[in-house]
Design a protein around this ligand. Structure first.
Ligand SMILES: Nc1ncnc2c1ncn2[C@@H]1O[C@H](COP(=O)(O)OP(=O)(O)OP(=O)(O)O)[C@@H](O)[C@H]1O
Ligand SMILES: [Mg+2]
Length: 395
């Protein structure tokens, strides 16, 4: 990259800039402005110099217009004009986007000062661009777990994933980490060509582009890493491979939703290491609720409770032996979402049509929307208090 590009500048001043830049400059006549592409093309050819000096051979009005163009199209390059030291002209020049005005008889140190300011500005703009470009939207890895089986993990994971994919908040992938008996594909009525083991071997394991070709697409736009076809093939997938897969997916997708097998397998623990959110579930019975408390304790001991923690009680049933107060006392912390038992859920499971896909008005669908809201950007204040949530669910 050249430091200085001069256009229509007199020999003396070119000499000063040559000294100030250590000879790192390109010198052009004013006719270069009329060549194809104009000044912006010359700036690109010079590799984006820190400063363009427009000499007396470039009329000031034209210099001001050019400065405006450069300010917009090449923000890393400052424009300096050679003009008499007139305060009014200075103000007009600055307004036009000129960064420096210097006299035709400027010294080498004047030239060096112009160069220094331009370099500082170029660096500041570059850093600001990096910060803006580098601030990627928050990526979330959501792990759905429960100590016991059959409590609705797959139901919740598939609905959340479809809801996120349809929300427009960002690309979403669901991973079936129930490595032996995963049924995410069935819950989404998909017949996948590839499954989990394909995504952790060979080129897919180290090339995100290849990995994407092994994912299955759901009509909602959701990507799916389907569970393995046989328990043996699933067992052959190691926790380390799962860790790498989740890591890669979390860079490629805004949301990674992970369905798991009951309990805390090595795969689930590995997923939790990468998680930003834990959806911990239980059904409304004594063993389930006690298990929930125990799992929470274990995860806290292991330091594996991620920043987003969402406790979900499923199949809530006021006719059962347990009251909500019993459940909250046993768990020791308030539940975040309560989903009642309804007939719409098994129907949706059996037809492979998630409730959040079909726009169902079922009470479970409304509870799932509440959970979804906790994961979407700019989610409003979280509802707290079990009674309020129950009322919301039963409305
Ligand atoms: N709120 C509910 N009301 C009625 N039925 C439900 C509800 N939630 C889940 N079910 C049903 O319970 C069964 C088990 O649900 P699901 O497969 O989601 O649980 P799981 O925790 O993933 O099970 P597993 O541990 O075997 O993976 C399904 O048939 C589902 O339709
Ligand atoms: Mg399941």
């Amino acid at each position: 990259m050249t430091q200085v590009l001069t256009v229509g500048v007199g020999a003396d001043l070119v000499e000063r800039f040559t000294e100030a830049s250590g000879g790192d400059l390109v010198t052009l006549g004013v006719e270069a402005l009329d060549a194809e592409g104009g000044l912006l093309a010359r700036i690109a050819e010079a590799g984006g110099p820190h400063v363009v000096v427009l000499g007396p051979a470039v009329p000031l009005e034209r210099a001001f217009v050019l400065a405006g163009h450069v300010d917009v199209a090449a923000p890393g390059t400052s424009v300096a004009v050679v003009a008499p030291a007139d305060p009014d002209l200075w103000v007009a020049a600055m307004r036009a986007g000129v960064r420096d005005v210097l006299a035709a008889d400027a010294s080498t140190s004047d030239a060096a000062a112009v160069l220094g300011r331009a370099a500082d500005l170029a660096r500041a703009r570059w850093e600001a661009g990096q910060a803006a470009g580098g601030a990627r939207p928050e990526h979330r890895v959501v792990v759905v777990t429960s100590p016991k089986g059959g409590v609705g993990k797959t139901t919740v994971a598939t609905n959340l994933a479809v809801g996120l994919a349809r929300s427009g908040a960002g690309s979403t992938v669901i991973v079936d980490l129930d490595v032996q008996f995963g049924d995410v594909a069935s819950a989404l009525a998909l017949a996948p060509e590839y499954s989990l083991p394909d995504t952790v071997h060979g080129a897919a394991s180290n090339d995100p582009l290849v990995l994407k070709t092994f994912l299955t697409r759901h009509p909602s736009g959701l990507y799916v890493v389907a569970g393995s076809e046989s328990p043996a093939a699933g067992d052959a997938v190691t926790a380390e491979q799962v860790g790498r897969l989740v890591e890669t997916l979390s860079h490629e997708f805004r949301y990674v939703v992970i369905d798991t097998a009951p309990g805390l397998s090595d795969h689930t623990l590995m997923a939790l290491e990468k998680a930003t959110d834990l959806v911990l579930m239980s059904s409304m019975d004594v063993p389930g609720v006690r298990g929930l408390r125990k799992e929470l304790d274990v995860l806290q001991e292991l330091n594996l409770v991620p920043p987003g923690r969402h406790l979900v009680l499923n199949m809530a049933d006021s006719a059962g032996a347990l009251s909500m107060a019993d459940v909250e006392t046993t768990v020791g912390v308030p539940l975040d979402v309560v989903l009642p038992r309804t007939t719409a859920v098994p129907l949706s499971t059996n037809t492979g049509a998630p409730l959040l896909e079909s726009g169902s008005r079922d009470a479970v669908a409304r509870g799932l929307q509440t959970l979804l809201g906790r994961l979407l950007p700019d989610a409003g204040p979280r509802r707290s208090g079990l009674l309020g949530r129950l009322r919301a669910g039963s409305r």
